[in-house]
Design a protein around this ligand. Structure first.
Ligand code: NAD
Length: 310
């Protein structure tokens, strides 16, 4: 039986960390591709050399040649400029649209049956770009943001309550930006609604920290986060490759759901071998729907810019 083949585009911080985590989970053989000569090759060799210690059997290779990515089951796009202190994700739009457009053409050529997970920013707009350029079925193109944002929210809740992170289940919606919509009503701690355990002000404080979670790390490091983003991307890849039917917020295509009509935005989904197998429709209250609508308006603005760029 052939192993799964995972291509990771971009061998920078997020790409290489994604490769390492995916390898340790033995999700399949991994090809990393980058435009910088030697970068993907060097990172792949280093990860391969950790295998005898960490005991994984994946073949890990690096390349600049798209031919080596042929027939991938999953392609994870991390190629793109990251933020620096003081930058918004939207400021990356023009440069990263060009990169994602080129990369998406290669994916469509060499791995026409793959499922694509986009990681680069501005996330929702880059998913829109990849979907348009590859022309793949809408369930097969998605973005990683909810996995990270809910991990951040969970991390802060667990620390506040001094409980295991394993017990926190979060739902977040909306675009991957300051107007994301964490949903305390759909967040639980060992099955207990978080609203029973923390007061409104504390929850509001943790939501604000989650919304600004990306820039908090950028301000500390001088560059963008990568351990938690990579873990989020691998969680999605694992759900798909193992057909786990995982319930997870992802940037996914919506029609009538949440009145998004034709846009990719963060929503709760079921992830399995067919990619986004279902968008779960929650009965949002007025305030939640208003926050989602605001976020959707922003996503639409960026998509209009993309339509002019590609
Ligand atoms: N979705 C999220 O939650 C999330 C979280 C963190 C970072 N990000 C985004 O992920 C992206 C990558 O971040 P990073 O920290 O790894 O950046 P990085 O600079 O470390 O790595 C990016 C890599 O992409 C490569 N690249 C550029 N153009 C390419 C092309 N056409 N083909 C192949 N490779 C190419 C670069 O050479 C570089 O090695 C950024 O856009 C960042 O904003 C998203």
């Amino acid at each position: 039986m052939a192993r799964n083949k995972i291509t990771i585009v971009g061998a920078g911080n997020v790409g290489a960390t994604t490769a390492h985590i995916a390898a340790t989970k033995q999700l399949g053989d991994i090809v990393m591709i980058d435009i910088i000569k030697g970068l993907a090759e060097g990172k792949a060799l280093d990860i391969a050399e950790a295998a005898p210690v960490q005991l994984y059997d994946s073949n890990i290779t690096g390349t600049q040649d798209w031919k080596e990515t042929t027939g991938s089951d999953i392609v994870i796009i991390t190629s793109g400029l990251p933020r620096k202190p003081g930058m918004s994700r939207d400021e990356l739009l023009e440069k990263n649209t060009g990169i994602v457009k080129n990369v998406s053409k290669q994916i469509a050529k060499y791995s026409p049956d793959s499922i694509v997970i986009v990681v680069c920013n501005p996330l929702d707009a880059m998913v829109y770009t990849a979907a348009k350029v590859t022309g793949f079925a809408k369930n097969k193109v998605m973005g990683m943001a909810g996995a990270l944002d809910s991990a951040r929210f969970s991390c802060f809740i667990a620390a506040e309550l001094d409980v295991s992170v394993e017990d926190i289940k979060c739902t977040l919606m909306g675009g991957h930006g300051d107007d994301m919509v964490p949903l305390p009503r759909f967040t639980s701690v060992g099955g207990i609604p978080v609203t029973e355990l923390l007061d409104e002000d504390k929850i509001a404080e943790l939501i604000e920290r989650t919304r600004k979670g990306g820039i908090e790390v950028v301000n500390l490091l001088g560059y963008s986060a990568y351990y938690a983003p990579a873990a989020g991307a691998v969680k999605m890849a694992e759900a798909i490759l193992k057909d786990k039917k995982t319930v997870l917020s992802c940037c996914a295509y919506c029609d009538s759901q949440y009145n998004a009509w034709g846009y990719f935005i963060g929503v709760p989904t079921i992830l399995g071998k067919n990619g986004i197998e279902k968008v779960i429709e929650l009965d949002l209250n007025e305030s939640e729907q208003a926050q989602f609508d605001k976020s959707l308006a922003h996503v639409k603005q960026l998509a209009a810019k993309i339509d002019k760029l590609i």
